[in-house]
Every structure is written in structure tokens, then in C-alpha cells.
Design a binder for this molecule. Structure first.
Ligand SMILES: [Fe+2]
Length: 198
């Protein structure tokens, strides 16, 4: 197991759940890390249910950064049942996620520490080699923890957004629907079948 990550971030644990449930925040929050090889526009939602979501963000092999990452791993089609190189994320509600990607696999796990604090643990294993050399398009090196830090640093801003009176009601997108379904599920568990009051 490599790249053990264990930090407490300011923010509510449910915001971290939502973060793990979708790949569309790559284009903003991770524009200098994940977006440089697994861009938001290549996100595909594979399946979801009451207790899980699985989605993929394919690598864009037209990008040099993506090609470089895959070349380091000796990745072949069919490895880990992937036909194309991709981040393949399985979120198991409410607190665990597993991810496979060319050359490795990892986990995320969250634990509430309080209303405004959450512990985030992650780790990865790479059977075909050690640390992947990640570089942004300008050639600057970074490790996989940088993307995790980006998520953590966003938490206080997300909390502000959640409270925003400007948030408009509207139709949910196909990626947002599983989040609502999960919120309904956890509300039912916490409130013992009672309907949530707003
Ligand atoms: Fe993220």
C-alpha cells in the first residue's frame, strides 16, 4: 500500500460524499491535475442504486499527459477489466469509494469528526510499479495527493455555496439524481422512516 493519505478537513462529511459521487468537478477544481488526463467531458455514469454509484472518467489519449501516465504502467486493454484507460470509481454509500486506474487501485474513506470536520483517508496499490510520475502540461511534477488536497481545500467553499440563497431550483441532471436518491436513503435511515422536514 502506498500513498497513504490521512487528513482532517474543514467541511461536512456529506459534501465529501457528493464529491466522490461525480466526476464533473474535474474541470474546475482539478483543472491542473485530474483534468489534464481524465477530463470531465469523458465522464460516463455506469450504474447506480440505493447504496452505490459507479462512474468512469476515461483518459483522453490525445493528451500527452495521459499517454505518459499510461506508458509508465505497461497497461493493456483488459487489465482490471478496463477496455480503455480510465478512472473507474465505485462509491459505496455512505463513506467508502474504490477506484481502479491504469497501473493501480485505491480506496477513499471518510469519517465525520463533527459538523464541520471530516477525516479523509486514502491509499493506493500499484502492482506493476511504484510511484507514477504525474506532470502537468507545463511539465511540473506533482503526486496524486495534490488532487486530494484540492478536494479538501474546496470544502469550506462548498459549505458556503450550500447555504447560498441564490441557488436556483431546477431539473436535476442525470449525474445529480443519484445524490438526491442517496440523501433520501440516508434521511430515511437517520430519521427512522420519518419524512425529512425542510
Ligand atoms: Fe475531486
Amino acid at each position: 500500500m502506498t500513498n497513504l493519505y490521512n487528513k482532517v478537513w474543514p467541511g461536512n462529511w456529506k459534501n465529501f460524499c457528493e464529491n466522490n459521487m461525480e466526476g464533473y468537478h474535474h474541470m474546475g477544481l482539478h483543472k491542473n491535475t485530474l483534468e489534464t488526463y481524465s477530463p470531465t467531458r469523458l465522464t460516463t455514469n455506469i450504474t447506480w442504486g440505493e447504496n452505490w454509484i459507479r462512474y468512469q472518467v476515461s483518459y483522453d489519449m490525445d493528451l500527452q499527459v495521459a499517454c505518459y501516465l499510461v506508458e509508465q504502467t505497461n497497461w493493456q486493454p483488459g487489465d482490471m477489466k478496463q477496455n480503455v484507460p480510465a478512472l473507474d470509481i465505485m462509491m459505496i454509500h455512505p463513506a467508502n469509494a474504490f477506484v481502479i486506474y491504469p497501473g493501480g487501485a485505491g480506496f477513499y474513506s471518510i469519517g465525520p469528526m463533527g459538523v464541520d470536520q471530516v477525516r479523509y483517508r486514502a491509499g493506493s496499490i500499484r502492482p506493476k510499479g511504484g510511484q507514477l510520475e504525474r506532470r502537468d502540461p507545463d511539465g511540473e511534477a506533482y503526486d496524486s495527493m495534490r488532487a486530494l488536497d484540492e478536494d479538501g481545500e474546496s470544502m469550506p467553499h462548498i459549505a458556503k455555496g450550500v447555504r447560498s440563497r441564490k441557488a436556483a431550483a431546477g431539473k436535476l441532471t442525470w449525474m445529480e439524481e443519484p445524490i438526491l436518491r442517496w440523501m433520501q436513503w440516508i434521511s430515511g435511515k437517520v430519521l427512522d422512516g420519518e419524512a425529512a422536514r425542510t
